[in-house]
Design a protein around this ligand. Structure first.
Ligand SMILES: Cc1cc2nc3c(=O)[nH]c(=O)nc-3n(C[C@H](O)[C@H](O)[C@H](O)COP(=O)(O)OP(=O)(O)OC[C@H]3O[C@@H](n4cnc5c(N)ncnc54)[C@H](O)[C@@H]3O)c2cc1C
Length: 540
């Protein structure tokens, strides 16, 4: 970092970078030790904004620079040259303040796979207690659910007759209705459980920071963008950050924990001289520790958003067309915290197999009673369903690296979607599956009309190409500082960075493979487990 010498804000036992999903959990758990001084730094500001808290506001927070980093991917060959908007929360709560609120753990086999890759302590039986620890589930406590944690998991407050019909249509295809996706096998159909409290978003700030804000040993700074970790003789000793035009610095005596997310964490590592030697040298950054896996192994879920126009049922499109409709919807929310404004954008989930070749569900549907050209655009004015399907375990691997030496510049995000034959086949089969679902006897009364990608497209190649035209991220980047013990691993299974002492990563970046579901619950679990390991190290 050039320019004037940074002013010190002091010395802390733990410095946590990023107050997103993971950072809020970490701040809560690490500051539970009254002898530990904890500093939590967040680049974004307060989450005190209406659209953060009203669930349907999800459609409007994306692209708002007051809460979103407003990143973009590079042009993607698999998407026929398109670049995607790539929202990431830049606000207290991070992505938990702008996400779709779905609470989903994935499948037991995901975590058993992590353990099988050599990561002791990360199998399903090992991680289940950490999912339970932070959970306040709507149902009774049992072997899979907790009711005393901070993270509220509630049932949605509205049902849509047309989505109930889609659920029955899934049953016609042999996909059973299930009440709970979070017991280790999510195959089936059901309404998603959500992180809400009585129809209002329940983000990581409310869950984990609010109860501990008064702790005298916890200092929270917003508007604080960390630019570099200071590494001296292989040891992380402090960080440098900017805050409202000032250059500041803080020292850590026990550990610096990176929780800047799957995009922010590799960027920060590279700016600190930890990463691929060729990339660091190309930008004139001195190599403190060569770790070729930093920024590699980027995995994401790509959602193929098929759209079907329907007749004879109401969807959000037509309910909110015109000012009277909007007024009615607003009144219902104001009076009962219910109705479409309380809705997580994706209501109904279906987990199934795109072909019999798969031993467990390999695709996830997010069925939405709405449609639009792209996020940020107005809803269509005719009734329609978005029948979005994503490949839960894509083979494609991308990367996220710095594009310059300036910490303020956005990184180069290359998810590399649909870059393998198998992923293209799953994409083609996903569209075929969605068509089969919409062509069931149960849905005939709604006379579904395929608007996207369009019924004329039929061969594998045409369908994969069409997927490239209509697909977008479902916002689940992971894996860019993955755990493991091979040369491409960045952190070990205790989440400490290989070859740099007193530095760890505890966020979506450490996942070796993407879980078979939405990622927020898994990140919460990772932070729970990380906090326990960090505190144990501190006591040793
Ligand atoms: C639009 C959207 C919808 C989603 N929907 C769902 C869903 O419905 N269900 C689900 O399970 N998952 C969903 N996800 C994904 C899920 O929310 C994320 O996987 C999860 O929140 C990631 O947590 P994290 O702690 O790794 O990162 P984040 O929550 O992104 O936190 C990182 C934090 O670090 C801060 N930061 C970054 N760099 C710096 C820096 N240099 N200095 C200081 N601070 C920094 C960021 O501002 C941010 O607050 C969605 C995500 C998005 C964006």
């Amino acid at each position: 970092m050039g320019g004037p010498v940074a002013t010190s804000v002091g010395q802390f036992d733990y410095i946590i970078v990023g107050a997103g999903t993971a950072g809020c959990v970490l701040a809560n758990r690490l500051s539970a030790d009254p002898n530990a001084r904890v500093l939590l730094l967040e680049a974004g500001g307060s989450d005190n904004r209406l659209w953060v808290h009203i669930p349907v506001g999800y459609l409007y927070t994306m692209g708002d620079p007051r809460v979103d980093w407003c990143l973009k991917t590079q042009a993607e060959p698999g998407l026929n040259g398109r670049a995607l908007n790539y929202p990431r929360g830049k606000v207290l709560g991070g992505c938990s303040s702008i996400n779709g609120m779905i609470y989903m753990r994935g499948q037991a086999a995901d975590y058993d796979g992590w353990r099988q890759m050599g990561n002791a302590g990360w199998g399903w039986d090992d991680v289940l207690p950490y999912f339970i620890k932070s959970e306040r589930h709507y149902g009774p406590a049992d072997a899979y659910h907790g009711v005393t944690g901070e993270l509220r998991v509630e049932q949605q407050r509205l049902h849509w007759p047309v989505l109930d019909a889609v659920r029955e249509a899934a049953a016609e295809l042999g996909i059973p209705p299930v009440d709970d996706f979070n017991r280790g096998d999510n195959e089936g159909s059901g309404y998603f459980a959500v992180n809400q409290r009585r129809g209002v978003r329940w983000n990581a700030r409310k869950a984990f920071l609010d109860p501990v804000r008064q702790r005298r040993n916890l200092r929270i700074e917003t508007g604080a963008e960390v630019e570099r970790i200071v590494v001296t003789e292989g040891r992380a000793t402090g960080i440098e950050f900017g805050n409202r035009g000032r250059r500041l610095q803080a020292d850590a005596t026990r550990e610096i924990v990176l929780a800047a997310g799957a995009i922010g964490t590799p960027k920060l590592l590279e700016h600190s001289g930890i990463g691929r030697g060729d990339i660091l040298s190309a930008h004139g950054i001195a190599v403190e520790r060569e770790l070729p896996g930093v920024g590699e192994n980027l995995q994401d879920h790509l959602q193929i958003r098929t759209v079907f126009g329907i007749t004879g049922a109401r969807t959000l499109n037509d309910m909110t067309a015109g000012w009277l409709g909007k007024l009615r919807v607003a009144a219902e929310y104001a009076l009962r915290r219910s109705g479409p404004m309380a809705m997580a954008p994706s209501q109904l989930g279906i987990f199934t197999r795109s072909s019999p070749a798969y031993a467990s569900a390999n695709i996830e549907y997010h069925v939405q009673p709405l449609s639009l050209e792209a996020f940020g655009e107005p809803l269509h004015r005719f009734p329609a369903l978005t029948v979005s399907v994503c490949n839960l375990r894509p083979e494609s691997r991308g990367s996220c690296h710095i594009g310059s030496a300036a910490p303020g510049d956005a990184p180069l995000i290359r998810p590399n979607y649909l870059s393998t034959e198998a992923d293209r086949l799953v994409a083609a089969d996903s569209i075929r599956h969605a068509r089969k679902l919409m062509a069931t006897r149960r849905l005939a009364e709604y006379r579904p009309q395929e608007l996207k990608p369009g019924p004329a497209i039929s061969t594998d190649d045409q369908l994969a190409r069409a997927a490239g035209d209509i697909a977008t991220t479902i916002f689940h980047p992971v894996g860019t500082a993955r755990m493991g013990h091979d040369p491409m691993a960045v952190v070990s299974s205790d989440l400490t960075v290989h070859g740099v002492s007193r530095l760890s990563v505890a966020d979506a970046s450490v996942m070796p493979t993407i879980p078979s579901g939405n990622t927020n619950a898994a990140v919460t679990m990772i932070a729970e487990k990380a906090a326990e390991m960090i505190l144990a190290r501190g006591r040793a």
